[in-house]
Ligand binder design. Structure first.
Ligand code: F0G
Length: 463
């Protein structure tokens, strides 16, 4: 076990959570058709479904909520947000939007279309969906070591740059409409991306005339890893690292619901608005149609204000040390117990290797979902499957696809849970591991919607 990094804050307001019995939880999960997305939040003790929008705001952010200027156009809160974001990222044009996928929806159709491809170190689901909705194809190009959960190496979220160059040569540079660097790499387990890797990708993108976009949902956690693990950046501040990394890209999309510590919000940025004047014009037009007028972008003035404060708080080094410290503390408890996860632990959660805990349960019976359900039954913890259940069926054949990993993701909300909660999580995992051999079978799907089935599907335990 490693030492827990103490919180650089104290608690001013608390929210009661309900304690339930195993019998109640067994009834709840059955009534939810064994799908954790169907559970009522009130029936969950520790909610690790996502770290998105589930974070605790600070007193300063709540004060900002009161300060929020609700003018339809040109609100004070808009200027405060844009000035703050410009200073942090060094980008000319900043567009608020209501969340990350809204930025994707506004931007991607302007750069992608039929016959085009977008290449990423790994697309998040909605990011992939918006590439495809724009008519293009999404190609993942992560380094091979990301695919071995037990293998500990630094920057497992990186782009495989040799393969990237091969892909560009194969498709032809004119067909590659966009390169996306997701920092940290959520789908690979919150794994960081190094400055050196972004620099190399930026060189490749510029050489080939392809725009480079940062998916910045967890950019601050990424900067912390860069400072800690990349010797050339050790002497730099988090702010300097962020400035340097963003200077390597042309644009960014951001879900502010993660590292910017708000419950709702997003940003879209364009670095050089003169060189990209036409793109900026089209971003504004699309934003007005989909999100709302350009100075509020689908958010209330109070949201803009909380976001401006969250941008600054999310980059605080003491906060980031505590935040990543929580992950490392939890991971070290799993190390002591010999439970395998995508390692070293990433920035926002633990991705437990459920296939290792339930080796007798095949992919078609969804081991990641089995572990998520057992954790709920055991301790009221809600995580989610990142495996074959989430992946779904082949759109051509309708057959179940087999995922590369069978993970159960336990995403940790920011500034929400304490050391004792983390102890409960680790103990629940140990308990489930100890009785895992008695869970003989997994689940079958008895109803599913045509797309994104894992959010709504009904499951039944196999006898
Ligand atoms: N990009 C990344 C890397 C994400 O992780 C997410 C959301 C988005 C974009 C979309 O942002 O939700 O604000 O529209 N990830 C959440 C998760 C939902 O649970 O990992 P959004």
């Amino acid at each position: 076990m490693i030492k827990y990094v103490p919180e650089p804050f104290r608690i001013k307001s608390v929210e009661r959570i309900k304690m339930t019995t195993r019998e109640e939880r067994e009834r709840n999960i059955a009534a939810a058709h064994y799908n954790l997305f169907n559970l009522a939040g009130r029936d969950v003790y520790i909610d690790l479904l996502t770290d998105s929008g589930t974070n605790a705001m600070s007193t300063e952010q709540w004060a900002g909520v009161m300060r929020g200027d609700e003018a339809y156009a040109g609100a004070e809160s808009y200027y405060r947000l844009v000035d703050t974001a410009r200073e942090i990222f060094g980008y000319d044009y900043i567009q608020p939007v209501h969340q990350g996928r809204a930025a994707e929806k506004v931007l991607f159709p302007l750069l992608l279309g039929k016959g085009k491809v977008a290449i990423s170190n790994m697309f998040f689901d909605t990011t992939r969906a918006h590439v495809e909705l724009a008519g293009a194809r999404a190609v993942d190009c992560v380094v091979p070591e990301a695919k071995d959960p037990a293998r500990r190496c630094k920057f497992k979220g990186n782009m495989d740059t040799e393969r990237l160059e091969r892909l560009i040569a194969e498709y032809g540079a004119e067909k590659v409409g966009l390169i996306v660097m997701t920092v940290t790499n959520n789908s690979a387990g919150g794994q960081p991306v190094s400055m050196e890797n972004v620099r190399k990708v930026s060189e490749i993108a510029r050489k080939n005339g392809i725009p480079l976009c940062i998916d910045a949902a967890r950019y601050a956690e990424n900067a912390f890893f860069v400072k800690r693990d990349e010797p050339s950046c050790a002497g730099k501040s988090i702010r300097e690292i962020v400035r340097e990394m963003f200077a390597l890209a042309d644009m960014f999309t951001m879900s502010a619901k993660k590292d910017t510590i708000v419950n709702m919000g997003g940003l879209l940025g364009v670095r050089d608005s003169a060189a990209m004047a036409d793109l900026v014009l089209r971003v504004k037009a699309a934003c007005v149609s989909y999100e709302g007028f350009i100075t509020y972008g689908g958010l209330a003035g109070r949201d803009l204000e909380a976001l401006a404060v969250g941008l600054i708080e999310g980059l605080d080094e003491d906060y980031l040390r505590y935040r990543i410290g929580q992950m490392e503390y939890l991971a070290s408890l799993l190390d002591d117990a010999g439970i395998v996860y995508q390692s070293p632990v990433g920035g926002h959660g633990i991705f437990v290797d459920a296939a290792r805990l339930f080796p007798h349960i095949p992919a078609e019976e969804f081991p990641g979902q089995v572990l998520a359900i057992e954790l709920y039954k055991e301790a009221g913890i809600r995580g989610c499957d990142i495996g074959s259940f989430m992946l779904g069926n082949d759109p051509d054949t309708g057959k179940q696809l087999k995922a590369e990993f069978e993970f159960t993701r336990l995403a940790i909300p920011r500034r929400v849970y304490t050391q004792a909660h983390l102890d409960v999580i680790a103990q629940a995992l140990v308990n489930v591991r100890d009785y895992a051999h008695t869970v003989k079978r997994g689940y079958k799907i008895v109803w599913e919607p045509p797309i994104l089935r894992h959010f709504q599907a009904h499951l039944e335990p196999l006898a």
